[in-house]
Design a protein. Structure first.
Length: 393
């Protein structure tokens, strides 16, 4: 299985007995049998996780108790060859283990993972992960959310976290642990920050960050380490680990209440309580202007919705402590934002991928990114002030 074409052909030629377990799960009926003639459609994604070989939608028909009914499922084919545990926050092995664990199956708080229909190992370390098809669900958020949608998902997330804080979770070797902050103190990130310092005379960089702002952004490197130490005081619980709008969908449950459905469980772990809500805001800072501007304008209100969800579930953790856990992750993304002008200006590292995410031109970025840099400075100012106020030095 070497090319995407090879993979698609293999899926198209699968025997019906290999597809029927998927169909039986979809319809919750042991008599269901897949009919020959299913179709395979590639699914677009801005970025694939480590080890993902193909992502597709498979559609067909099935015989069920004398009826012929349509079905569809999303199939993710992954190379689960073990890699060094610290090499990546998200791994295929972790995603498979997270789905098997059932930790995100519950719907009592309105947050759950996509339903898993079937998992099979087709070759050594090659896993086929068949999940619920969410590609055409009514109410799908997509990539342009209203303020109401952010508030709704934040409160739902808060309720989920409040419930999980009351749950005793057995330690699992496959999980991440505190990756929500340590990913931002990695050697790779430190190297990106050094490129900014090296380009202090760049007109391109100075357009985004004139004198005082440039000097302030250079301080992010030491301050993220301060935050990493302070976050050790924040309670930890189960986290999705990659909780951004491209991994979230909504649909109505049987009771008519909206549910938030998450995909991509490759980064699941035990993290400080605010990591997922910090990712929800922070990740959007690294995409286009419309998305970044939207989250910057409602950042505090989104956090307040998250806290409200926690309180509904009886959480009594002080708000400053919750805020610290949240700001630790948000500052990680803000720090990344601070490195982007020099990365793009001097075509360093993954600059083309960064520019593609941004969705604009290299010439446009210095002018539109200015607001993000100012937001990043404000977030770091608040975070450092909070650490000092709480006495975590």
């Amino acid at each position: 299985m070497t090319t995407a074409r090879d993979i698609f052909e293999m899926v198209s030629l699968e025997p019906t007995e290999e597809i029927s377990p998927v169909v039986r799960s979809i319809f919750n009926d042991t008599t269901a049998k897949a009919m020959l003639g299913w179709t395979v459609e590639s699914l677009r994604s801005e970025s694939f996780g480590v080890g993902t070989l193909a992502l597709m939608k498979v559609s067909g028909k099935a015989h069920i108790r004398g009826e012929v009914r349509p079905w569809s499922s999303v199939l993710k084919i992954m190379d689960c060859t073990p890699i060094e545990k610290t090499a990546s926050v998200g791994t295929p092995i972790r995603e498979v283990a997270a789905y098997k664990s059932g930790l995100f199956n519950g719907t009592a708080t309105g947050l759950r993972s996509a339903k898993i229909h079937h998992i099979s190992e087709k070759q050594a370390n090659i896993v086929w992960l068949w999940t619920e098809d969410l590609t055409a669900k009514p109410g799908q958020f997509g990539y342009s959310w209203s303020s109401y949608q952010y508030f709704t998902i934040a409160e739902t997330l808060g309720q989920f976290k409040g419930q999980m804080l009351r749950t005793v979770l057995p330690p699992e070797s496959w999980m991440n642990y505190n990756a929500g902050i340590t990913r931002w103190t990695s050697p790779a990130m430190m190297n990106l920050c050094k490129t900014l310092e090296q380009h202090s005379d760049s007109d391109y960089v100075r357009t985004v960050m004139p004198c005082q702002i440039f000097d302030r952004v250079l301080e992010f490197e030491s301050e993220i380490l301060l935050l990493a130490r302070a976050i050790e005081h924040v309670p930890m619980t189960l986290a999705h680990g990659d909780f951004h709008i491209r991994n979230m969908f909504t649909q109505l449950g049987h009771d008519g209440v909206a549910q938030v459905v998450a995909i991509d469980l490759a980064s699941v772990g035990i993290e400080p309580i605010g990591v997922d809500i910090g990712t929800l805001i922070g990740a959007s800072l690294t995409w286009g202007d419309e998305e970044a501007d939207a989250v910057m304008s409602i950042e505090r209100e989104v956090f307040n919705s998250f806290v409200h969800g926690l309180r509904v579930q009886g959480c009594v953790i002080p708000e400053d402590t919750i805020r610290l856990g949240y700001l630790g992750t948000l500052c990680g993304y803000a720090r990344s934002v601070g490195t982007i002008p020099s990365t793009v200006a001097h075509e360093y590292g993954p600059w083309e991928w960064v520019l593609k995410r941004y969705g604009g031109s290299k010439q446009q970025l210095p002018y539109s990114y200015r607001r993000r840099i100012e937001f990043a400075v404000a977030i770091f100012d608040e975070a450092v002030g909070l650490v000092r106020r709480l006495g975590y030095r």
